[in-house]
Unconditional design. Structure first.
Length: 63
């Protein structure tokens, strides 16, 4: 499934949640979607738990 199709499905789910359930349902669906995305990336092996907790090294600078 292409990323455009995934975005379309996610947008439609958020739209339905916002329309039928109000803002609280919209936020809940968005938060659960983000959690599901992160868990999926962990299961695929694209992310490791240390990626969120590792500090920057001396040579690395962010702007």
């Amino acid at each position: 499934m292409s990323m455009a199709m995934v975005g379309l499905v996610a947008g439609m789910a958020l739209g339905f949640a916002g329309y039928f359930g109000g803002f609280g349902a919209f936020v809940l669906v968005a938060a659960l979607g983000v959690i599901g995305f992160v868990v999926g990336r962990f299961l695929e092996g694209d992310l490791e738990p240390g990626d969120f907790f590792r500090g920057r090294e001396r040579g690395e600078r962010r702007r």
